[in-house]
Design a protein around this ligand. Structure first.
Ligand SMILES: Cc1ncc(C[n+]2csc(CCOP(=O)(O)OP(=O)(O)O)c2C)c(N)n1
Ligand SMILES: O=C1C[C@@H](O)[C@H](O)[C@@H](O)C1=O
Ligand SMILES: [Mg+2]
Length: 637
């Protein structure tokens, strides 16, 4: 084979066009497209290459580097990591804006290809615009800040380096055990530099995603653990989704009568209506799941990272009696909580375990169904909360006086409790609609209350819980699921932090719907500070005169060209959602909701936080003492 003379950027684009995934007998292109915000660092290099010949790649203009990267992450997450977007940014601030998103991808194990421009390889014009000049090193650029938040990071300062660099990047992104963001920084002069690339570099490259099998020893060990247990509990994490293990997991759970609890990443791997599904586990979990966790003598963690939210900072289980069995493609994850480790694919392991457990039944008996029914009643209660101006007792108790609650009701012109609003929305959206969320009080409400019976329609970024992911993420999900209605459930704080990609959705006619829950503040953080003995300090949105800030978000979205609705009652919300379904363009439904009306924690939902050890307030001293008490029974590592 010969060579072909291309610029580095042209070679990059050509290579991206020839990457394929092979999974479960199917083969398809791995890179769907390229998001871009062009600046002087990439427009003449990667920009020129895309303009000349982008091949099959969709080229989408982003509005904020973090936002477009969040969209790319959401696309890949929704596609179960089998397809990605790449993205190109200019150097300096463009790459700095990618840092938060790279960390989001890393914490969630999501592959995405970041291509920030770098400073000049020749150094001739140094210092160039946007170059940070470190006194102790010429070699450091803003892009170095991406190193700790990338699974793979490289700097390309000669055209031929691109070849080895990209092959490594794709190896990392397509390995389920180490999937995450790959960052390849290309010097801006090198992007346009030409080289005689070997033609074979551009041949179709297939990345095989095989299912790692459990060993005989691992299977026997797992069988022994399960057979010895009376009250096992399955914890279904994100790995269940990525392994597409729904059928295997439900069959396994049903056959051996083992209840299952979901993490944020694992929710909707299995439908809500599945009889043994007890819902969310941990800090934002259901009473049903947390009770089953307290009782468990064996926890079968499948594809879970056991974050503090899933384990209630290692207190949701009774560690004196609970043993752990972890099934995970990542050896690092499988080691957690001193578990018996099965380092293998979830679906294959469950399929192989099935026949080996014949004759086994858990001793849960009727308790699984009783707990599920009791939770359904609690959910009903949360749907029908009514505000009143005399003696309203919100879910989050003892923080705001009636006077303050009335002030919110008057200023925002609403009596709508958040739980009622969310449950109304859940009922009104299509059965296969996808909900996207990341931060604030909504992830807790969603994990407890949102019911879906269509797999992979609950999309929570709760590894990094990054405000601003919600709307950008909804765009990524829409690109992945063009035939479904996609809803970003977002608080006012998150909306204010980042909603630039809402405009991108309008621009490209990729319809998304924003469900905006405006409680005029950082509600969940206000709850945290007041729950731990503090006052209400800088978490409500108030003016210098202490007036509540009341923003007309609907008007803002109208200005962008979206179809907007204002819905402060159940009837208005139902009507808005129905009408929004008929629209072709993106929509925003603004709901003014009362503070303190989100769900509260249930027993077993303790969170270990950095409470002040010394304080002038008795209430904070009490909070610290409570933390010390909780740590007595928590697992220490
Ligand atoms: C980028 C980022 N900054 C800060 C935080 C910390 N944080 C978590 S939730 C939150 C407030 C969220 O407010 P809002 O979106 O209005 O939701 P609410 O809690 O009021 O429902 C903050 C500041 C975060 N998660 N992400
Ligand atoms: O600090 C936080 C508190 C959580 O309740 C919230 O969901 C999350 O976004 C966060 O960062
Ligand atoms: Mg808020």
């Amino acid at each position: 084979m010969g060579t072909i003379r291309l610029t580095t950027a042209q070679a990059l684009v050509k290579f991206l066009n020839h990457q394929y995934i092979h999974a479960d007998g199917e083969e398809f292109p791995f890179v769907e497209g390229v998001f871009n915000v062009f600046g002087h660092g990439n427009v003449l290099g990667i920009g020129q290459a895309l303009e000349q010949d982008s091949g099959h790649l969709k080229v989408i203009q982003g509005k904020n580097e973090q936002g477009m990267a969040h969209a790319a992450i959401a696309y890949s997450k929704q596609k179960l990591r089998k397809k990605i977007f790449a993205l190109t940014s200019s150097s300096g601030p463009g790459s700095a804006n990618l840092t938060t998103a790279a960390a989001t991808a890393l914490a969630n194990n999501i592959p995405v290809l970041l291509l920030p421009a770098d400073t000049y390889a020749t150094r001739q014009p140094d210092p160039v615009l946007q170059q940070v000049e470190q006194e102790h090193s010429m070699a450091i650029t803003t892009n170095d800040a991406l190193q700790p938040v990338s699974r793979y990071w490289d700097r390309v300062q000669r055209p031929e380096q691109l070849m080895s660099s990209l092959i490594r990047a794709f190896e990392v992104m397509t390995d389920p055990a180490k999937a995450g963001p790959a960052t390849v920084c290309i010097s801006q002069d090198v992007e346009g530099e030409a080289f005689d690339f070997d033609e074979e570099f551009f041949q179709k490259r297939i990345h095989y995603v095989d299912r790692p099998l459990p060993t005989e020893r691992e299977l026997q060990g797992a069988v022994e653990k399960i057979k010895a247990s009376k009250k096992p509990l399955i914890v279904a994490g994100g790995g269940v989704k990525y392994s597409e293990a729904r059928e295997a997991l439900t069959a396994f759970s049903k056959e051996y009568d083992i209840p299952l609890a979901e993490t944020q990443a694992g929710k909707s791997a299995v439908e809500h209506s599945f009889k043994n599904n007890l819902g969310g586990l941990g800090i934002t979990g259901t009473r049903a799941a947390n009770q089953a966790a307290q009782e468990a003598d064996l926890v079968i963690g499948i594809g879970t990272r056991y974050t503090d939210f899933a384990t209630s900072s290692k207190t949701v289980f009774d560690f004196k009696k609970a043993a752990f069995l972890n099934i995970n493609v990542s050896r690092m994850q499988a080691y957690k909580l001193d578990a018996f480790q099965v380092v293998a694919d979830a679906r294959t392991t469950l399929e192989q375990l099935m026949p080996l457990l014949e004759g086994y039944k858990s001793q849960h008996g009727s308790s699984i169904q009783e707990r599920k029914q009791e939770w359904t009643r609690e959910r009903e209660r949360l749907r029908s909360i009514t505000f009143n101006r005399e003696n309203f007792d919100p879910e989050i108790k003892g923080h705001f006086s009636q006077e303050i609650m009335n002030e919110y009701a008057d200023t925002l012109g609403t009596e709508f409790p958040q739980t009622n609003a969310l449950l109304t929305a859940n009922q009104a959206v299509d059965e296969d609609a996808v909900v996207v969320c990341a931060a604030g009080s909504l992830p807790g409400d969603l994990q407890r209350l949102w019911e879906t019976n269509t797999p992979n329609t609950y999309h929570l970024e709760y590894g990094y819980s990054c405000m601003g992911y919600e709307i950008s993420g909804a765009l990524g999900v829409k690109l992945a699921e063009p035939d479904k209605e996609v809803y970003a459930a977002v608080g006012d704080g998150s909306f204010l932090m980042l909603h630039s990609e809402f405009i991108t959705s309008l621009q490209y006619h990729e319809k998304i719907n924003i469900l905006l829950f405006d409680n005029a503040g950082y509600g969940c953080i206000n709850n945290l500070q007041m729950d731990h003995g503090g006052g209400s300090y800088h978490c409500e949105f108030r003016t210098a005169n202490h007036d509540i800030v009341n923003i007309d978000y609907a008007k803002v979205a109208e200005g962008y060209g979206a179809k907007v609705y204002r819905a402060n009652t159940e009837e208005e919300l139902k009507a808005a959602i129905e009408d929004a379904k008929k629209q072709d363009c993106s929509t925003l439904i603004e709901m003014k909701v009362l503070p303190k009306t989100m769900t509260d924690g249930y027993k077993g939902s303790w969170w270990n936080l950095g409470v002040a050890e010394v304080s002038e307030r008795e209430s904070i001293q009490e909070a610290y003492a409570f933390k010390e008490k909780m740590l007595e029974t928590a697992k220490k590592y």
